[in-house]
Write a protein that binds this ligand. Structure first.
Ligand code: PLP
Length: 742
């Protein structure tokens, strides 16, 4: 029996529709998401980390029967179920007009190594995964036929715990797929559908689980089957933890296994979208299949594949791009290149930056660039950086005519806007504020002008109302931060005084900064404390103090990143800072939501130009949080300086000096940040009217929403991919936009 039917059988009949909602992540971005499941049993809801299937299974039948007699709840459920049905059945979507050639049988196939859909499905690490999740949600909302392909990691990504000395200890939690909104894909006889992939001369059978993301299906491959070798079963054990061999094996399962799965399910993608080089092996397998089925040569098949594939690169740091030694490629692909009718050297050339150099590793970014017709970076700036980085592949072309364009990333508005603010936008911007792209009747092509018109109405929201809601969100964040920090202190068995001091941690009236991202040295998470004395002066200013909330993990093997966290923990304990600096352990999408909803300023301090795009600042902007960032990634496009009539929409930290002296650059940026805080940011925040409302601050909040929300959201991003990359006739538009014409 299908698991949705099974779950229905556990529910009293008036509640049966809950099972349909529980098995589709659509619920997680509806405005009514807050109480739908949590009302049933708030404690269990919290304990099962907002997984609706686990909740329904755990709640007593008595309690369910009680709810089934609550007319108010039943009414809400019915409204929601009707909305869901309308959404799923809608035939007149934006996508049906923009890409009529695509269909559920011939969709876009989107490949990515990680997906961040919701905190309850922990198979993501960070920005790349959350972006992929937001991408599928917007594709669904816009009605662009799409399937996602990824891996289902038994233990997901690493979890973080800080010990008494502030050192990050890594551990894992196990996912329990049978009690999650996932359906094992089965054939007509009820047997799991499997595909066979050769890894290290052994056959690995992979099965697939389907997650429903609105109208989009996401297939997640799983090697943990009893008929596999015990070592191979662990291939889908953890995300980004294994050695290079495991990583290569995972990428083979994703690319080669993923393409085979779609073929087995009789899905024939019209477009293959490779999101980051790690899924590029998919393209090889499409070439192989094309040769097998149409009898074409490698060259013919490769041209055929190039014509229907798109590659997005995300990494501006060259060692971040996956590359494997020729030895490893020999042992993993020795059986494979003959099937492509290639000699070993010809095969290795596909991934070589410099042809003819025997020591050149096999790079998946290079492979992807050689096998796709369209390639792009993820912001205007990152497009430039990528053209510079990869010019080596195009020796006959000038740097600015290297065929890599850009589509700037965006975040999913409906997932990342706090319901409390979504409600306010509904009142003042109109009901359609979050769906203006999706309305096929009004705009056949996405129309930024009209979107801007809608968002201009943000100015009509009374300052008091916006401020009031912002303050509620801030208080929620502070309460959450205290609860999390308290739990950590208890777990570390800290001294009683330190535990009681939690009452003084953070003050809702104080200007609050947020910094949450991976702790890699190049993100400079400790820049604010570069000069401790200056920092203390600013934090503990008598009338205009500041405070900050940090969150983020370091990669398992990254001791330098772990040392940054350790230093931050020292400042959390410093007598002059301990009430003003907080660190929330184990950053994930749930903490991310609370933070981007509730801080006043979102801080970003990467070394230029290492921020490919950055999406957390976009999420913050949807909620009226103001960005204070180094000019890099998306901020290069988004930042608008103020004028006489218009406030600025945020702040820019420092200036790039022409130097390779990182220490000097850090000093310049830290000084600039201190000046900004003292001269501009804190005076503006504490400038209040008689009722305590900071009107000039709110003017900047509104500018942040008005200028960023219409542009840096994932509907705009998906529609850009559709018009610039997916449509055949627009194949060259992206490169034209980048200032290059073929
Ligand atoms: C949005 C998000 C990120 C990415 O943020 P960046 O600004 O790109 O660093 C990482 N992790 C989580 C949990 C997120 O929600």
């Amino acid at each position: 029996m299908n698991p949705i039917t099974q779950l229905k059988a556990k529910l009293p009949s008036p509640l049966r529709r809950l099972a349909d909602l529980a098995y589709n992540y659509w619920w997680s971005w509806t405005p009514d998401r807050m109480s739908l499941f949590s009302t049933i049993e708030p404690t269990i809801w919290q304990n099962c980390y907002h997984n609706p299937v686990a909740l329904i299974e755990a709640v007593s039948y008595e309690r369910l029967s009680q709810i089934a007699e609550d007319p108010h709840y039943l009414k809400r459920l019915q409204v929601l179920a009707n909305q869901f049905d309308t959404y799923m059945r809608d035939q007149k979507t934006w996508g049906s007009q923009a890409v009529p050639d695509l269909s559920p049988e011939e969709p876009v196939a989107y490949f990515c190594l990680e997906y961040g859909l919701h905190e309850s499905l922990y198979v993501y690490c960070g920005g790349l995964g959350v972006l992929a999740g937001d991408y599928l949600k917007s594709a669904s909302d816009l009605g662009v036929p799409m399937v996602g392909v990824g891996l289902l990691y038994k233990q997901g990504y690493v979890c973080q715990r800080l010990n008494r000395s502030g050192w990050q200890e890594d551990f894992y939690r196990s996912n329990d797929f049978d009690h999650m909104p996932l359906e094992l894909v089965r054939d007509e006889y009820g047997q799991p559908v499997t595909v066979k992939v050769t890894v290290r001369q052994r056959t690995v059978r992979v099965q697939a689980w389907k997650a429903r993301v609105g109208r989009v299906d996401l297939y997640l491959l799983d090697a943990d089957r009893s008929d596999n070798d015990p070592i191979d079963r662990k291939l889908t054990g953890q995300l980004y933890s294994g050695n290079r061999e495991t990583r290569l094996a995972q990428q083979i399962l994703l690319g080669i296994g993923g393409v085979q799965l779609l073929h087995t399910l009789e899905i024939e993608p019209a477009i293959y979208h490779i999101n980051e080089g790690s899924s590029a092996f998919a393209l090889l397998e499409v070439v192989r299949q094309e040769m097998e089925y149409s009898g074409s040569t490698f060259e013919e098949a490769r041209n055929w594949v190039r014509d229907r594939s798109v590659f997005t690169t995300h990494t501006p740091v060259s060692d971040g791009n996956d590359a494997f030694s020729a030895d490893m490629m020999d042992s993993f692909f020795g059986h494979y290149w003959p099937q492509l009718e290639l000699a070993r050297e010809e095969f290795l050339h596909l991934g070589a930056r410099r042809i003819g150099d025997p020591w050149e590793p096999f790079s998946l970014t290079v492979l992807a660039l050689r096998l796709t017709r369209q390639a792009n970076g993820v912001s205007r700036r990152h497009g430039e950086v990528s053209r510079q980085m990869w010019q080596i592949l195009y020796p006959d072309q000038a740097q600015d005519s290297v065929p890599i364009g850009y589509v700037t990333n965006g975040a999913h508005l409906r997932s990342w806007t706090a319901p409390l603010l979504a409600d306010l936008y509904g009142q003042y911007l109109g009901h359609d504020w979050a769906h203006y792209f999706a309305n096929a009747d009004r705009w056949s092509k996405v129309d930024l002008q009209s979107a801007s018109t809608i968002w201009h109405k943000v100015d009509s929201i009374p300052d008091r109302e916006l401020w009031h809601r912002h303050c509620i969100l801030k208080e929620r964040l502070i309460a959450y931060t205290r609860a999390r920090v308290l739990a950590s202190r208890l777990e570390r068995k800290e001294a009683k005084d330190d535990i009681l001091a939690i009452e003084r941690l953070l003050d809702p009236n104080v200007l609050t900064l947020g910094f949450a991202r991976r702790f890699s040295p190049y993100k400079r998470g400790a820049l604010l404390f570069k000069d401790l004395q200056q920092a203390i002066r600013i934090f503990s200013h008598a009338r205009r103090p500041i405070q900050i909330i940090f969150a983020g993990k370091a990669r398992s093997g990254d001791d330098e990143g772990k040392r940054i966290i350790q230093r931050l923990m020292e400042w959390c304990r410093h007598p002059a800072l301990r009430d003003r600096v907080a660190f929330i352990e184990d950053y994930d999408m749930f903490t991310a939501k609370l933070m981007v909803h509730g801080v006043d300023v979102w801080l970003n301090t990467p070394r230029r130009p290492t921020e490919a795009c950055g999406t957390s600042g976009q999420k913050a902007a949807f909620n009226g949080v103001i960005n204070c960032s180094v000019l890099d990634g998306w901020w290069c496009e988004a930042y608008q300086a103020g004028s006489i009539n218009q406030p600025a929409n945020g702040w820019v930290i420092g200036e790039a000096v022409d130097t390779s002296d990182q220490e000097l650059q850090d000093q310049i940026d830290a000084d600039a940040l201190y000046t900004l805080l003292e001269r501009d940011i804190t005076p503006l925040f504490y400038d209040r009217d008689r009722n305590g409302i900071p009107h000039k601050w709110i003017a900047m909040m509104k500018a942040s929403i008005r200028t960023n929300a219409p542009n840096f959201n994932s509907d705009r991003m998906v529609s850009d991919y559709v018009t610039q990359a997916y449509r055949q006739e627009s194949a060259h538009e992206m490169n034209v936009k980048a200032g290059q014409v073929a």
